[in-house]
Design a binder for this molecule. Structure first.
Ligand SMILES: Nc1nc(=O)c2c([nH]1)NC[C@@H]1CN(c3ccc(C(=O)N[C@@H](CCC(=O)O)C(=O)O)cc3)C=[N+]21
Length: 292
């Protein structure tokens, strides 16, 4: 029987740790604060932003929301970022992606103070991650690592295959797995026979955004599978969320697997809260404890 990795329960454990940290900071007169910048009116983005604001409230993090119209100029977005950078009462800044097409995402992400970059997308943090420095780390990959450590303990010597090579998941995921002493392969759209490479994996991270791409033929029996995909599809006349993994089929062969929803998604938000507390501690001179 395959173990179901409960992302909601794991996220609740992280959030309980974060809440205790927030209380410690409050006692030092530090009120951790997260600013979320949303440009345009993508309905899915609104849902995620709402969830972030709710979770922040639950752990005592102050959250601020900045909504700009879809027609906002890059300069207008940059102005908001500059004001948040300069505000000592704001510790974390998240600019929701994707931005409208006319705005250069890289330019906006590079404008965020790296110390407030709770997404870990600034080049200084990306570089720091690949060098093994203690920097703010992208929330989804960090959440996947927590789930893997909770499930497997030490990951040394395992072969991990990351399916997908995005800047927000695939690449930082590979860096974190390498830092945890895994051997890594990254499989992508130009890979020859990706399913054969994937079948060598002890750990599979699926992050391609293609509904149910990965079926049981891609999976070595006994592997642990983490499904990052959140794809909305129409099926049997109704809308539902599915991952990049064909859950029903793959579950038959895995040792452990995350569901969608209820897997990586809730962990992403929990790690965002964790990063906000790390950023607040660093900015206010409170000692950073070792983060896993
Ligand atoms: N700068 C930036 N940082 C992000 O981290 C970021 C972003 N932009 N843009 C959008 C994506 C998407 N994202 C999700 C976070 C949580 C869930 C989540 O909690 N999902 C739940 C519920 C899903 C549902 O019911 O819709 C689950 O999987 O169980 C999903 C998706 C963060 N993103």
């Amino acid at each position: 029987m395959s173990q179901l990795i409960d992302g909601k329960a794991a996220a609740a454990r992280v959030l309980a740790e974060v809440k205790a940290e927030v209380e410690r900071l409050h006692a030092q007169d530090v009120e951790p604060a997260l600013a979320v910048v949303l440009v345009g009116d993508d309905p899915a983005s609104h849902v995620y932003v709402r969830n972030k604001v709710l979770r922040a409230g639950e752990v005592g993090i102050r959250s601020l929301e900045y909504r700009l119209p879809a027609e906002a100029s890059a300069d207008e977005v940059l102005e908001v970022v500059a004001a948040l950078n300069a505000d000592p009462a704001v510790h974390g800044i998240l600019v929701q992606l994707p931005l409208p097409k006319h705005i250069d995402e890289v330019r906006v992400l590079e404008a965020i103070d790296p110390g407030k970059d709770v997404d870990g997308f600034h080049s200084e943090n990306v570089g720091g991650l690949s060098q093994g420095r203690n920097v703010l780390t992208p929330c989804t990959p960090a959440g996947c690592m927590r789930l893997l450590h909770d499930t497997l303990g030490d990951l040394s010597g395992k072969h991990a295959v990351v399916v997908g090579r995005s800047n927000i998941v695939g690449k930082p995921m590979a860096a974190l797995l390498l830092a945890a002493n895994c051997s890594i392969s990254v499989v992508h759209s130009r890979s020859v026979e990706p399913e054969k490479l994937c079948r060598l994996a002890d750990i599979v991270i699926a992050a391609v955004g293609r509904p149910r791409l990965i079926d049981a033929g891609w999976i070595k029996p006994g592997a642990v599978v983490i499904d990052v995909g959140i794809n909305r599809i129409e099926e049997d006349g109704r809308s539902r969320l599915v991952g990049d993994v064909d859950f029903a089929a793959v579950q038959q062969v895995t040792a452990a697997i995350t569901p969608v929803p209820g897997g990586v998604g809730p962990m992403t938000i929990a790690m965002l809260m964790h990063n906000t507390v790390l950023a607040a501690r660093q900015q206010t001179g409170q000692a950073i404890q070792e983060a896993r």
